[in-house]
Design a protein around this ligand. Structure first.
Ligand code: GTP
Ligand code: MG
Length: 595
């Protein structure tokens, strides 16, 4: 069960009809249809002689323009190799001492932050990441070879969670940072390790420990490269929708967009994507709070570049352009100075086309630079050209900033909340629900933990909203609200976030092709007699306990609970206690090999 987000900011309580969540719900279908179309198009384009760039159907975005922000991955670390039972046989020593070597440990699975990436696109084609197992130990005391570690490259700002419990495993912030997500099984000890003065010829060895295995949900907190700026109705959301797979609400009235929308324009294999942020329209007086105000601009504050979208059908496009630039300066001088690219939109309209040359000239003059071009978001004319120019410009700006900041870029780019340090380990699950009889149907929930979780939730994403709902459920807040008489559709306020109370509804968006792969995976596991748990949260068997120990401590994979104990601080692992008496029985799970 989950809460629906209607807004991520207090300012929007006045627009209860514009439910972000219901918009998203609708969009999931649209996106699916879009994907089916994209796949069909991809097939068509794969035909010899055709090229995606010269696709004649201008209405459809090229299939590679997709939106990635979350992914689900199953990771399996390598198992340890088995220990060996062997005895020395040397000249003059027919039956020497035990000499079976230890199995090699398996490979770990790590996530590795790579600054050259900026989407999770690479994870999309993968459902499984698997590290090699260690080799078995061999005779003459030789240990087995260790399995290779696997590094999964992800962009900086990636947050990793255990899927089913939604516990944060960590965040990768800086280039080169790694996070272990599945710890390898250690190799089993060979019989040489079990020799004591009482047992001089042990004929058993240990089996290798299985590698850890788990589902992860991965989320990238996108930091936009390009923030869209423009008067209401200029066509910003339309542009986002054709340049990326994001599906913002588009309508022919001002202030259609009330929360920022993010989208990724994927520019193909050899280039990382361009992250776009469509923000609500700004009008004269915005810096004083007119219209929706400037509160959304914090989203674009960290953008490298602003794309100023000018409505060609306006009575005075150049006047609009100047007004907004003045508002921007009045609000924040830094924003006013942010480099802009300017587009004159709606040139498909004949009246606009007629005066486009004149307008372009005037815009160049007003802007004081020549990064000005015409587009039609509606017909997508010039949009691809715009995106590749933007990409180059953004790259150049990043380079410039990097030099100016002496390599401090990531710190400045990354979002405010540091997940790796965030208070998810807060001890207090306490909360308090208050309601004012004067305002029926409104509930305020207070509590350090839940407020922290709310702050850390990326309200733009259904999966994040769903997770928030799960946390409320887990903390008992949802049930408590129902017990107190909350009804579906009531307003719930936590910190500065407001929600529609809507128990029992979840809407994770997962692309169809991943769902197909998952279905295969679940089936395969069931056939192999393994737990069929898949990537879908509702495929979870409610009775099944999910053991959890923090990632950092290791040992979180409690597949065979009795056999596996936690890794200690040094990553070492001990099956046998120091004072374990080998003269008695074998340990359960020890492998007895007869030589
Ligand atoms: N003819 C024409 N119409 C366009 C074009 N781009 C957008 N529109 C229309 O302009 C209207 C407003 O488009 P939106 O994309 O919602 O504008 P917006 O800038 O996001 O508006 P707000 O969210 O209110 O700030 C819609 O009716 C679009 O169909 C274009 O290139 N040509
Ligand atoms: Mg809009």
């Amino acid at each position: 069960s989950s809460f629906q987000s209607i807004t991520s900011s207090r300012t929007q309580t006045h627009h209860p009809s514009t439910s972000l969540f219901s918009a998203v719900e609708k969009d999931a279908d649209t996106i699916k249809a879009e994907e089916a179309r994209a796949r069909a198009l991809a097939k068509k384009n794969a035909a010899p002689g055709s090229s995606q760039l010269t696709s004649t159907n201008k209405q459809q975005p090229p299939p590679e323009w997709k939106f990635f922000d979350t992914a689900r991955v199953h990771v399996t670390a390598g198992s340890g190799g088995n220990g060996c039972v062997a005895f020395r046989r040397e000249k003059g020593e027919a039956m020497g001492g035990p000499s079976g070597g230890r199995g090699g440990s398996g490979g770990n699975v790590y996530f590795l932050a790579d600054r050259s990436l900026n989407t999770l696109a690479g994870l999309r084609s993968k459902i499984h990441v698997r590290a090699d197992s260690g080799k078995n130990g061999i005779g003459k005391g030789k240990d087995g070879v260790k399995g290779d570690d696997v590094y999964v490259r992800v962009p900086c700002g990636t947050i990793v969670r255990e899927l089913h419990s939604q516990k944060v495993a960590g965040e990768l912030r800086k280039d080169g940072e790694t996070l272990i997500v599945a710890k390898a099984g250690r190799g089993g000890r060979g019989n040489a390790a079990f020799m004591t003065h009482r047992r001089t010829a042990p004929k058993f060895s240990e089996r290798g420990e299985p590698g850890a295995e788990r589902w992860l949900s991965v989320e990238l907190r996108l930091v936009a490269d390009v923030g869209f700026l423009g008067m209401p109705n200029a066509g910003k959301s339309t542009l986002l929708s054709v340049a990326s797979a994001a599906k913002p609400k588009i309508a022919n009235y001002p202030f259609t967009t009330i929360t920022p929308n993010l989208g990724v324009c994927d520019l193909g294999e050899d280039s990382s994507g361009l992250v776009l942020c469509d923000i609500p329209g700004l009008i004269e007086g915005a810096s004083q709070g007119t219209g929706l105000g400037f509160s959304f601009l914090r989203h674009v504050q960290r953008c490298k570049v602003l794309l100023h979208v000018v409505d060609g059908t306006s009575n005075d496009p150049v006047g609009d352009f100047n007004i907004l630039n003045n508002e921007l300066k009045a609000y924040d001088d830094m924003l006013g100075k942010k480099p802009q690219v300017v587009v004159l939109n709606k040139v498909d309209v004949p009246e606009v086309r007629e005066k486009q040359d004149e307008l372009l000239e005037q815009l160049r003059e007003a802007a004081g630079h020549s990064r000005v071009m015409t587009i039609s978001a509606a017909t997508t004319a010039n949009v691809q050209e715009l995106m590749s120019r933007l990409k180059k410009f953004v790259e150049a700006e990043k380079e410039k900033n990097k030099e100016e900041l002496g390599g401090l870029e990531e710190d400045i780019l990354l979002a405010e909340v540091d997940f790796s340090k965030a208070a998810l380990d807060s001890d207090s699950d306490d909360y308090e629900i208050t309601s004012d009889p004067a305002y029926p149907g409104q509930w305020r929930v207070k509590g350090p933990y839940i407020e922290q979780v709310a702050k850390m939730t990326h309200w733009e994403y259904p999966e994040a909203v769903e997770r928030f709902g799960r946390q409320l459920q887990a903390l008992g807040i949802a049930d408590e609200l129902i017990a107190r008489g909350a009804l579906e559709g009531d307003l719930v306020m936590i910190d500065e976030y407001d929600f529609d109370f809507s128990p029992g509804k979840t809407n994770p968006y997962i692309p169809q092709e991943l769902l197909d792969k998952d279905a295969m995976f679940v089936e395969q596991r069931a056939q192999n007699g393994q737990s069929p748990r898949g990537m879908l949260l509702d495929s979870k068997d409610e009775d099944e306990e999910i053991p959890w120990t923090p990632f950092k401590k290791g040992g979180y994979m409690l597949m065979d609970k009795d056999e596996i104990v936690e890794f200690n601080e040094d990553g070492e692992w001990d099956l046998l206690d120091d004072d374990f008496d080998l003269s008695g029985e074998f340990m359960d799970g020890d492998d007895l090999w007869t030589s």
